[in-house]
Ligand binder design. Structure first.
Ligand SMILES: *Cc1c(COP(=O)(O)O)cnc(C)c1O
Length: 363
């Protein structure tokens, strides 16, 4: 660990691989011998075109997807995707069908609801969002334009460990907080999007990976910038894209490849998550995990302590030893450790050791 850098457990913006930050730093003043920073380069310059093309190719290669999928970069955060999806694809006759599994899933549904084109396929809200709805809980309208899932619930710390069977209804997923964290049969999904500031880069852009057949659909009634087709036809260069963000996503994708790809990410992420879940499970109830065991997230580990006072002290004491960002979201309370791809094993080990000694001292 670099001097003065902490272990950053923030949910997003979040930790990035140190190697990637250093590479960006080294290239910062003179990108690819252009005599300019990547921040100063035209998005029409050949240097940038190469960055965009490489980022797209690496993302698709990591996901094992072929020519029937395209990669887009869109601004407005994952939150704008919540609105763009129903605007482009849902109608009153063929609504978007939503699985409510947490705060962001609900927000996505609310945008469709505003437009009068959203229905609910399943919800775990009543039971406190401790699990993601399982296959037998899903009631998918066979006429739905799509089934929308939030694949990892960043706030509640739950994650899907199966890919729903939809009987032909296109499968859409918000993967903001677990994109490229593990291998999946991505070809089972028709539309995937991720705000990159969780696991893939700095805030400012959303990575969209979708079937070309969906992106080819024109939606002429919509303003130009709200149509996926605009981004598709112009290779994400209809207007000025956030070049630096795309460059960083490209670097992170290349880093994942160099580490060995998604299988290696998954193996590391499972090991890291196990360290924390083991402490929780062996704490005799001192640490109370939010997620049901079969829905536990490998990315965001959420847990409570016996009192709010102890929770406050936990955050303070953790900070003193260089463990930052462990405070949970206000809607769940307690702690949340976000342990994305870039969080090293050593950081999680240090947090697990701290948890054990904190329990010893305060039980
Ligand atoms: C953070 C997050 C969002 C919101 O992303 P913005 O880019 O801030 O709009 C949406 N979905 C999930 C799963 C998230 O983790």
């Amino acid at each position: 660990m670099e001097a003065e850098r902490i272990y950053n457990f923030n949910p997003g913006p979040a930790v990035l691989p140190l190697e990637v930050l250093k590479e960006a730093q080294a290239e910062f003043l003179n990108f690819n011998k252009s005599g300019m920073s990547i921040l100063e380069i035209s998005h029409r310059a050949k240097e940038f075109e190469a960055v965009l093309a490489q980022a797209k190719a690496d993302v698709k290669e990591l996901m094992g997807l072929g020519d029937d999928y395209e990669v887009l970069f869109i601004q407005g955060g994952a939150s704008l995707q919540f609105a763009m999806l129903p605007m482009n694809y849902a109608t009153k006759e063929h609504p978007g069908s939503y699985v409510l599994s947490g705060s962001f899933a609900e927000k996505a549904y609310k945008e469709a609801q505003l437009l009068g084109v959203g229905t609910v396929a399943a919800s775990s809200k009543e039971s406190g969002y401790h699990h993601v709805p399982q296959q037998d809980e899903l009631k998918i309208d066979p006429g739905a334009a799509y089934l929308h899932l939030c694949y990892n619930n960043t706030i509640y710390g739950t994650e899907y460990h199966y890919i729903p069977e939809t009987s032909g209804v296109p499968l859409f997923a918000d993967m903001s907080s677990d994109m490229l964290s593990r291998p999946l049969d991505f070809s089972k999904f028709d539309f995937i999007y991720a705000g990159v500031q969780k696991n893939l880069g700095p805030a400012g852009v959303v990575l969209v990976v979708a079937k070309k057949s969906l992106l080819e659909k024109t939606a002429d009634q919509l303003p130009t910038m709200l149509r996926y087709n605009t981004f598709y036809k112009k290779d994400s260069l209809y207007n000025t894209p956030p070049a630096f963000c795309i460059y960083m996503v490209g670097k992170v994708a290349a880093w994942i490849k160099a580490q060995g790809g998604l299988a290696v990410m998954a193996e590391r992420n499972a090991k890291k998550a196990k360290l924390l879940y083991d402490v929780i499970d062996q704490s005799n109830g001192f640490y109370n995990g939010h997620a049901d065991k079969d829905s536990r997230s490998f990315m965001n580990v959420t847990f409570r302590l016996p009192s709010e006072e102890l929770e406050k002290k936990f955050v303070e004491d953790a900070k003193k030893i260089g463990l930052g960002g462990v405070k949970g979201h206000r809607s769940v309370g307690g702690m949340r450790a976000s342990i994305y791809n870039a969080m090293p094993y050593e950081g999680v080990q240090k947090l697990a050791d701290f948890m054990a000694s904190f329990q010893n001292a305060h039980e």
